[in-house]
Design a protein around this ligand. Structure first.
Ligand SMILES: NC(=O)c1ccc[n+]([C@@H]2O[C@H](COP(=O)([O-])OP(=O)(O)OC[C@H]3O[C@@H](n4cnc5c(N)ncnc54)[C@H](OP(=O)(O)O)[C@@H]3O)[C@@H](O)[C@H]2O)c1
Length: 285
């Protein structure tokens, strides 16, 4: 598994151990996915039965001014792994993002916004989204046995994330301003990690959507975090225009799977509960 020192990678290592897999986690400097020789060398050393790629550049705003680097890691780096895995005859599961979509919600027959499905057209609006889409295309082109799993709004105890930011701010302020006009699927990496291993175990190939069930705005997400954590902090409404960031975010990026072989993740609210329990466990340890 690559990206082993990252937020998702750390939960994949835990999930692999719990499931009894012999999982070998690599990150920089043991492997640099931008370097085909480094990737091939690592695959020869480890000789895995399957590869799971959690390595990426994930600072969405920083990448607006670093297109070449973002393409090298998120686009061609994913491709290097996919081609090397195909040459070694093993499947690759690669993690991608809801930011490959434009944010213009598709509508159901009743005219209501509906989650994006695997068959919906992409239309990234940020360098991060564009380069992650390029990575998806290279992975799927390298082998029909490879898998691209799109997820969204990830939070886990092993990295910087929105839940932790909200809890930190609530210690410093009486109120926080959070956007109401971006809607998506918060996903706990403690739910996603075993599901990714499940894709490998069950041989699920191609493009899949795998995110916390249900959807909510960042504002609603913050309210639920404070409710469950029993924290007194007002959540005020803000717009994306007021909270302008270098990279545009999709206004709507709820994900759902239309595939029968994809098992849905638990509701995102259960992910918040799981995260808070895991965090409390770490603080006690
Ligand atoms: N975070 C989210 O909200 C979110 C949402 C949707 C999808 N995703 C996707 O989920 C996956 C995991 O995200 P995450 O939040 O766990 O990311 P993360 O915490 O940033 O971890 C990514 C890891 O990849 C490593 N890496 C970077 N460049 C590399 C290279 N050239 N070769 C090898 N390793 C390299 C990073 O090392 P350094 O720290 O040294 O750079 C880091 O340890 C990514 O594919 C991401 O696009 C994330």
């Amino acid at each position: 598994m690559t990206g082993a020192a990252g937020m998702l990678g750390l939960d994949v290592l835990r999930a692999g151990e719990r499931a009894g897999h012999e999982l070998i986690g690599l990150d920089l400097p043991e492997i640099d996915i931008t370097d085909p020789a480094s990737v091939e060398g690592a695959l020869q050393r480890v000789a895995p039965d399957a590869v799971l790629n959690c390595a990426a550049l994930t600072d969405v705003d920083a990448q607006e001014s670093k297109r070449e680097l973002a393409q090298a890691v998120n686009g061609d780096g994913a491709g290097n792994l996919a081609r090397a895995a195909a040459a070694a005859g093993v499947p690759l599961v690669h993690v991608s993002t809801d930011y490959v979509f434009s944010g213009e919600a598709p509508h159901d027959a009743a005219g209501k916004p509906r989650p994006y499905l695997e068959s919906d057209p992409t239309g990234p609006r940020s360098v991060y989204g564009e380069t992650k889409l390029a990575g998806e295309q290279q992975v799927l082109a390298a082998s029909p046995r490879h898998t691209v799993a799109r997820t969204a709004w990830l939070f886990g105890v092993g990295g910087r994330n929105f839940v932790e930011t909200m809890l930190t701010l609530s210690c410093e302020r009486d109120a926080v301003q959070v956007v109401v006009d971006q809607e998506g699927c918060p996903t706990w990496s403690g739910h996603l990690a075993p599901a990714l291993l499940g894709l490998i175990e069950r041989g699920v190939c191609g493009l899949v959507h795998l995110a916390g069930s249900g959807h909510v705005s960042w504002n609603g997400f913050a309210r639920e975090i404070f409710r469950q954590a029993e924290v007194e902090c007002r959540v005020e409404e803000a717009s994306s225009a007021e909270m302008a960031r270098p990279a545009p975010r999709p206004a709507w990026s709820a994900l759902e799977s239309e595939r029968e072989d994809v098992l849905p993740l638990p509701p995102w609210q259960d992910g918040v509960a799981g995260y808070l329990a895991a965090r409390a466990g770490m603080m006690r340890a």
